[in-house]
Design a protein. Structure first.
Length: 337
């Protein structure tokens, strides 16, 4: 019988609608009750990023709908989540489609050549926007100013941690890269240990807001020939725009690149349970949006952003009942029509 391993999790606690306050829960074996886990954990990313907040709201919705205690685990991000779910160490997780593509095909040194085919998409989340920021007095206003600078890129297993160093290398920009959780990197930036910080997440990023409350900062992304070169090299990225309304310190939109996020589950998770999870998310989408505004993009029709990764049969049933047409390549071998 499929068995999830023990792990530490962080439970997201509701106050008013849903709160961003968190409590550490103890270790425990999830076990099985009537074919369903007695508890579940969602793999997120570092504290201070969008994944952490979004997963917290998601966990409360799922727990209320299913009656199954659901916590949030701080992880290294999408790469780590793909591995943890593939290995049966997490039931649920959040991933961006770039790292998911590499894991799926066993590409990149971090996959050790293992094709992560035990993971299934369950619903679309939001577009991840590549964001770079520096203090106003640094004189840094774009990626071409990063030559010789110290640049934070988030945790090693995250989208920015994976792709921002590759992007700089592709563009021929030599910078010193620092990996860490985004909150730690903001602290380093405030202490003058970094010249620039960057992250890839939905809008807005709490840690960017934190920094902007303490320093005058400028934000930039990728545009023009540099963006064209990146999108050609990494086709799962697309041109994107950070609206000026995303942050109160912005006076105009920021051109950049984006990559879609999907919620995923282990393929052995019960079909009816996954159906209930997906239904609960869309029944409570406005509540999730109150937790983080990026959930405004958590729309059923955005499942069309996945054209290659197998979906969970429970999720397929939900979307087909809603009349949503799915790409033919997302139907897994275990799916029975």
């Amino acid at each position: 019988m499929f068995q999830f391993l023990k792990k530490k999790s962080v439970a997201f606690v509701a106050t008013a609608v849903l709160s961003t306050s968190l409590l550490l829960t103890g270790c425990g074996d999830s076990g099985q009750i009537d074919g369903k886990p007695s508890s579940m954990t969602i793999g997120s990313a570092s504290i201070g990023g969008t994944y952490y907040v979004y997963a917290g709201g998601m966990s409360q919705i799922i727990e209320r709908a299913t009656g199954i205690p659901t916590g949030v685990e701080v992880t290294g991000g999408p790469n780590h989540n793909m591995t943890l779910i593939h290995n049966g160490q997490l039931e649920l997780g959040l991933v961006t489609m770039g790292p998911a593509y590499e894991a799926w095909h066993g590409e990149g040194d971090w996959t050790n050549g293992v094709e992560h085919r035990n993971v299934r998409v369950i619903f679309p989340m939001y577009n991840t926007y590549s964001q770079w920021w520096a203090t106003e007095n640094s004189g840094i206003t774009g990626v071409r100013d990063l030559e010789g600078r110290i640049v934070g890129v988030g945790p090693q297993g995250g989208t920015a941690g994976t792709y921002h160093p590759r992007i700089l290398e592709l563009l021929g920009i030599n910078a010193t890269i620092r990996h860490a959780g985004i909150s730690d990197l903001v602290s380093q930036h405030l202490d003058g240990q970094l010249h620039v910080n960057s992250f890839a997440a939905g809008l807005p990023v709490a840690s960017v807001l934190e920094m902007s409350n303490q320093r005058k900062i400028v934000m930039f992304g990728l545009d023009g020939e540099d963006r064209d070169k990146v999108v050609t090299e990494f086709p799962y990225f697309t041109p994107a725009v950070i609206p000026a309304s995303s942050y109160d310190f912005l006076t105009e939109d920021v051109e950049t690149i984006g990559i879609w996020n999907m919620a995923v589950a282990h393929k052995e998770l019960d079909d009816d349970l996954v159906y209930d999870i997906v239904k609960a998310i869309f029944d409570n989408r406005t509540t999730l949006e109150q937790v983080h505004s990026s959930a405004s993009e958590t729309l059923m029709e955005n499942i069309d952003k996945n054209t290659w990764m197998w979906m969970h049969p429970g999720a397929i049933r939900f979307f087909e009942e809603q009349g949503i047409e799915l790409h033919p390549d997302v139907y897994p071998p275990e799916y029975v029509r």
